[in-house]
Ligand binder design. Structure first.
Ligand code: F6R
Length: 587
């Protein structure tokens, strides 16, 4: 949900550096972009509808400056126009602001500041106008602090003032990380923006402000008092956030699953045991996440039931707060999130904490808000996931849930062995022949308007996840069903040639789902079977290894590939699907 990036330091190509950094944050929003700097006391601004990856760096080469900031936008308040793009300014165009989040009291502040003075429809512009108002009576830094104290909602902002060589940033609810280089400073929504320059970071926490001039000074937003922050060295390599030999991040991240599952399961045994113990001793355990992470939670429900015979409840995070009636201090909420910044998940956590319940999390982004606001957090170690569609994070999260379920019954080593076998079998299937075959299936269905996916038991959540993958990158209408539910309504949608994917594991429900698949075929469906064994019901057979209860981890992979190839064959960009953003920091 929007990427922001500011630079202050020894280089004189700060504008180009900011644009390149924003290109790495493009996954956070790609409706429009904008950059600004101070060129000898004059404000330079460029704002454009479209993707920042299309910006021409040559246009900025002659603009020498050591301070710049910019923004890549996912529109919330105000249409996708040049004028609504960030940065936003005060009426005198002396103060510039970039912002990620939503200022909830912006209407009230607009009225106070005079609606007629505003040029954009955004909530952000009020910040610059309010700073300008306070600036008349206060030094700039104090005017910024006083302004921020009046904002309601969630935000990460960076502010600059023409003629003054510093940046001020603050956060509440949206991420902001300070990169500390050698004589240079970076302020960004996510680490890949500056990873090639430094791996030393300070995570800004909620209600904190940072002033970056010749050094960094952190302040408490409520009191204005200085605070000490811990410098963290992050272990991501710059290349892991690049596409490398692949055309798209989505394909790269699908292919990485042969390694990421290993990294997920080779976690510290004590940490896994700690989570297993917490789940065992809780009275009422909930799993919660959004979108793909939510489907992972559903798969977790099955793992806990099938392996550990333990009842856990899944609720999508956007629905979870209403469950507060069931929460007590002995309850446990386990949240799952790739980004660690999803607003709905944070709200679910607040609901749990308000009842004294403990919160555990599995996150991919270390140091993220969800990780830091949990009582205990396990890092899934999948490395940066840049494509909007979640792939490798989802399989790592499922691997960890399965491992925790085995730990709950004292079979952690067996769990590790099974998952190591899964990783090695994923390595085997991700070969050029397999990819070519999936591409040919994608070719066969790419022009259809609808596609249905059925699964049963632990693969029912994968049918739902398959639908998300196909919808979001290929824009084909896709829906997933519990196989047995078909005959209760959805089967009316099937006509001659309708593509239907049937996920058939070698498990105790196999015969049932085969019967449901035959019912689809009898109505003319074109059946794509994902299964260790072929069946007469299948028109196409995507062969996957038989990995027992871990089958969701291997079954989702051909569907990720199928969604990817359909998008590419339809001429779409799978990394940046329309209307979406990687990190959903609004409710
Ligand atoms: C779909 C997808 C989304 C995310 C969801 C939660 O491919 O990526 O559905 O899973 O927005 O995001 P995180 O995991 O960052 O909390």
């Amino acid at each position: 949900m929007c990427g922001i990036f500011g630079y202050l330091g020894k280089r004189d190509d700060a504008l180009e550096l900011v644009i390149k950094g924003l290109q790495k944050l493009e996954y956070r929003g790609y409706d429009s972009w904008g950059v600004t700097t101070d060129l000898d006391g004059e404000l330079f601004v460029e704002k454009k509808v479209g993707k920042i990856s299309e910006a021409n760096l040559d246009d900025f080469k002659d603009k020498k400056t050591g301070l710049a900031m910019g923004h890549t936008r996912w529109a919330t308040h105000g249409g996708v126009t040049d004028v609504n793009s960030h940065p936003h300014f005060d009426p005198e165009r002396q103060i510039a602001v970039v912002h990620n989040g939503i200022i909830e009291n912006y209407q009230e502040l607009r009225d106070e500041l005079g609606k007629e003075n505003f040029v954009s429809e955004t909530d952000t512009e009020v910040i610059a106008h309010l700073i300008a108002k306070y600036r008349k009576e206060l030094p700039f830094k104090e005017a910024v602090l006083k302004t921020i104290q009046r904002l309601e909602g969630r935000y990460a902002i960076v502010v600059m003032n023409v003629g003054e060589n510093y940046l001020i940033a603050a956060r509440r609810g949206s991420p902001l990380i300070v990169g500390i280089g050698d004589g240079e400073y970076f302020l960004a929504s996510d680490i890949p923006a500056f990873l090639e320059y430094t791996q030393d970071v300070n995570y800004l926490d909620d209600n904190e402000m940072v002033i970056v001039d010749g050094g960094v000074e952190f302040l408490n937003l409520e009191t204005g008092d200085p605070i000490d922050k811990r410098l963290v060295n992050i272990d991501w390599q710059a290349e892991s956030a690049e596409k490398g030999e692949y055309d798209h991040f989505m394909l790269k991240e699908i292919m990485e699953q042969k390694e990421t599952i290993h990294r997920a399961i080779n976690q510290d045994t004590d940490e896994i045991m700690h989570i297993a113990q917490q789940i065992k001793s809780s009275r009422g355990c909930f799993l919660s996440g959004c979108g793909t992470a939510g489907k992972v939670c559903m798969a977790g429900e099955y793992f806990f039931s099938m392996i550990a015979h333990r009842h856990v409840n899944f609720a999508p995070s956007s629905e979870f707060p209403i469950y507060h009636h069931f929460l007590r201090p002995e309850s446990l909420l386990v949240v799952i999130s790739q980004s660690g910044e999803t607003a709905d998940v944070l709200e679910a956590m607040e609901a749990a904490k308000s009842k004294g319940s403990k919160v555990l999390s599995l996150v991919n982004v270390e140091g993220s808000t969800i990780a830091r606001q949990s009582d205990f957090s396990l890092h899934i170690k999948a490395g940066p996931e840049k494509a909007v569609a979640s792939t490798k994070a989802a399989t790592s999260q499922m691997a960890l849930l399965l491992l925790i379920a085995t730990a709950m019954i004292g079979e952690l080593q067996e769990g590790r062995r099974l998952l190591a076998e899964v990783a090695s079998k994923i390595n085997d299937i991700l070969n050029p022949r397999f990819l070519t075959y999936i591409k040919s299936v994608a070719e066969a269905i790419k022009d259809h308007e609808n596609c249905y996916i059925i699964g049963k038991a632990e693969n029912y959540p994968m049918a739902l996840e398959a639908a998300i993958k196909i919808q979001e990158v290929s824009y084909i209408h896709a829906e997933g069903f519990a196989a047995g539910e078909l005959k209760h309504g959805p089967i009316a949608l099937i006509t001659e040639g309708t593509p239907c994917i049937s996920i058939v594991a070698n498990d105790e429900v196999k015969q049932d789902i085969i019967s449901n698949t035959m019912e689809l075929k009898a109505r003319g469906a074109y059946i794509i079977g994902i299964s260790p064994e072929n069946n007469e019901a299948f028109d196409e057979w995507i062969k996957v290894p038989d990995v027992g209860v871990a089958s969701p981890l291997v079954n989702i992979i051909p569907i990720q590939l199928l969604a990817y190839y359909i998008a590419v064959l339809r001429g779409l960009d799978p990394d940046m699907p329309r209307n979406l953003a990687k990190s959903v920091t609004v409710k």
